[in-house]
Ligand binder design. Structure first.
Ligand code: NAG
Ligand code: NAG
Length: 645
């Protein structure tokens, strides 16, 4: 999250003649394009638990809470006079989960008495779907009680959608894990629903039981256990991403050295601590761990770009250079977990024990995240990590996270990850950012970018100062203008990702996000549609044409898909008036018609939960030919496709 230094580039610009821009396409000097151009940057800051991770219960395992406090009960409420509290269990369900929920049924109550979870700001109940509820329980003091618990999905006003019984015996003083399926026959009209575990007040009066590691899963993407939420996963799949960068970002760094992301705390049983601590409205449980990331990459056919922690924590603490050994070893273990030989590495053997003997594909490893943010006394530990790891993993490309060439790093990075959060105008005016870069073998990853504010003096300020809550048409058009430059420079820009990818619509730690969601739905932003338009309309070769004006408001790029000789032109008009273009094509044959996919809307219009489809792409047929005109609507992104040979 930083501001790029603007590179001045001198290029021959074509004058804009009257209101019409002539674009001459010259079918020479085809530049090969990176197949990785569009991808996804993911980090679990307000998007994992209660988001992409399909778990529906909030605070399911009482991790990172202080027993006895009301805060420890976040997500939970008593039903019909029950007494509930979070306690430090004398006999915890696992070493990693020391806390449990104590439920006491007082005497004098009738009907269902128990405890309810409110989900992550609601629970979606879908008729016909199968939900899997599970939890561990024990009676701290043995009793002669014999009965059952009722597990149900119900509305906050008491309408029961599904329920199932779990037999309970008071003699059960050791932890016992139970699982039941809930099949609502009808969908709830809203997400104001609860997950309830209750006992009969009359027969269970006086009983106390402990509950731990409670879970409620709806059907998941591709039916994977512990998997991803279907609607969010499908929206991400719809973008046809080519790579996935994980685990962030600030999520990788952690607030302190101790709370950094540690791969080994995210694999194996679901019993691991949260790592992101910044104002965590959604405490994460690392339910999505390294194994899930890698499976997810396979499911969506994405290349992983995996981060390793490099000595610096977000809160400003860092590890002195002479004490980095164990951290470099942990990074080596992380890489070995992904690609190592189980016969030679314990981490790889752990992977094999989890069912994956074969190595995953891994080509890119990023060293740290924005470590140049650190205090001036701190030096990015690139040399220590890369020198040690490159020797062990010669096939891996290590990506540096720093300003390009500043500081000068040793060994010389072959790949840089560049991040920029800026104004829509900045993005448009920097679409030539990479044109002046030397073609000398060094490659660039535009790893995080987004237009986040309209106020150049207050990029990270509050919404009242121009900070966006949702991407607007204007911000999306600015990004699209910049992306035409990434396409033109895709011989050296090998990958690019909008960031962040997803965030809860209201309970988030960062805006804007590419996709917003709440318990019930996913909201696709204007920027999402731009990413999708660019991703689904990639070329195999970039075709040079008249260059846009660097300081103008109209930007384009032309690519060719060789199969079928498809010519694809992307146009961003960031102005609030129509822009006329004339295309002059060098091909012998050009089809007389093609298609235009156009995203356009008011400059400040966003897709929001109350108006989710304010701006969506529309497809129409356009007349094309060796020379043809196209009128780009005000504040628009157009993708024109036609055949030519
Ligand atoms: C992960 O491994 C590190 C050593 O690399 C160790 O210090 C730490 O305790 C481990 N964490 C868990 C949860 O196993
Ligand atoms: C490529 O050029 C940049 C900037 O001029 C320089 O810093 C970098 O070291 C060069 N890379 C190689 C591999 O020579």
């Amino acid at each position: 999250m930083w501001n790029l230094k603007v590179t001045r580039i001198t290029l021959a610009l074509l004058a804009i003649v009257s209101a019409c821009t002539a674009v001459t396409v010259t079918d020479v000097r085809l530049k090969s394009m990176s197949a990785l151009a569009g991808g996804q940057m993911y980090e679990d800051i307000s998007s994992g638990d209660g988001g992409l991770y399909a778990e529906l219960l909030r605070n399911r395992a009482f991790q990172k809470v202080t027993p006895g406090t009301s805060a420890a009960l976040v997500g939970w409420q008593a039903v019909n006079g029950a007494t509930i509290s979070v306690v430090a269990e004398g006999t915890p369900v696992s070493a990693a989960l020391p806390n449990a929920l104590r439920l006491t049924i007082p005497s004098g109550r009738t009907g269902a008495v128990g405890v309810a979870n409110t989900g992550y700001f609601g629970i979606k109940v879908t008729g016909g779907a199968t939900y899997t509820a599970s939890f561990s329980y024990r009676f701290p003091t043995a009793s002669s009680f014999s009965g059952s618990a009722t597990v149900s999905l119900q509305s906050t006003s008491g309408q029961v959608f599904a329920s199932a019984n779990v037999p309970l015996a008071g003699s059960q003083t050791a932890w016992r894990r139970v699982s039941v399926q809930l099949r609502p026959t009808q969908s709830a009209s809203s997400t104001n629903n609860l997950f309830v575990i209750s006992l009969n007040g009359a027969s269970a009066a006086g009983q106390t039981l402990s509950l731990a590691m409670l879970s409620l899963f709806p059907p998941t993407f591709k039916g994977r256990p512990n998997g991803m939420r279907v609607d969010l996963a499908e929206a991400l799949q719809e973008m046809a991403p080519s790579f996935f960068r994980f685990p962030g970002g600030n999520n990788l760094e952690g607030q302190t050295v101790a709370t950094r992301w540690q791969w080994n705390a995210t694999v194996g049983p679901l019993a691991d601590p949260a790592v992101w601590e910044i104002g965590a409205t959604l405490t994460q449980s690392a339910g999505i761990g390294l194994m899930e990331y890698l499976e997810w990459c396979k499911d969506l056919n994405m290349i992983p770009i995996m981060g390793i922690w490099a000595g610096y924590a977000l809160g400003g603490t860092s590890v002195p250079q002479n004490q980095l050994g164990p951290y470099i070893q942990q990074a080596a273990d992380q890489i070995n977990f992904v690609i190592g030989d189980p016969a030679r590495s314990a981490a790889a053997a752990l992977r094999a024990s989890l069912g994956r003997t074969q190595p995953f594909d891994l080509k890119y490893v990023e060293v740290g995240n924005e470590d140049f943010f650190a205090a001036s006394s701190y030096v990015y530990q690139w040399r220590e990590f890369v020198t040690a790891l490159q020797a062990q993993f010669p096939s891996i490309h290590f990506i540096a996270t720093t300003n390009t060439f500043n500081p000068v790093l040793t060994p010389n990075p072959t790949e840089y990850d560049v991040h920029v959060y800026q104004t829509p105008t900045w993005f448009a005016q920097n679409s030539f950012f990479y044109d002046g870069f030397q073609r000398n073998g060094t490659k660039y990853f535009e790893g995080e970018y987004a237009a986040i504010s309209t106020n150049p003096n207050d990029i990270f300020g509050p919404p009242s100062n121009g900070r966006l809550v949702y991407p607007t048409m204007q911000s999306a058009a600015g990004e699209a203008a910049f992306m035409t430059g990434l396409e033109r420079n895709s011989d050296i820009v090998f990958a690019a990702a909008y960031a962040p990818l997803i965030g809860h619509a209201t309970n988030n730690q960062w805006t804007p996000n590419l996709l917003a969601f709440d318990a019930g739905a996913v909201y696709k932003s204007t920027s999402f549609y731009v990413q999708k338009l660019f991703s689904l309309n990639r070329g195999e070769a970039y075709i040079p044409s008249t260059l846009p004006s660097r300081t103008g408001t109209l930007f384009w790029s032309v690519v060719r898909k060789n199969a079928g000789n498809q010519i694809i032109t992307k146009i961003s008009n960031t102005a609030t008036s129509v822009a006329s273009l004339t295309f002059v094509l060098p091909f012998a044959n050009v089809a007389s018609s093609g298609t235009a996919q156009v995203l356009t809307g008011g400059a400040t219009t966003s897709n929001t939960p109350s108006n989710p489809n304010a701006v969506v792409p529309a497809t129409s047929t356009i007349a094309t030919g060796k020379t043809f005109n196209y009128n780009a609507p005000p504040v628009s992104v157009s993708v024109l496709t036609f055949a030519a040979s």
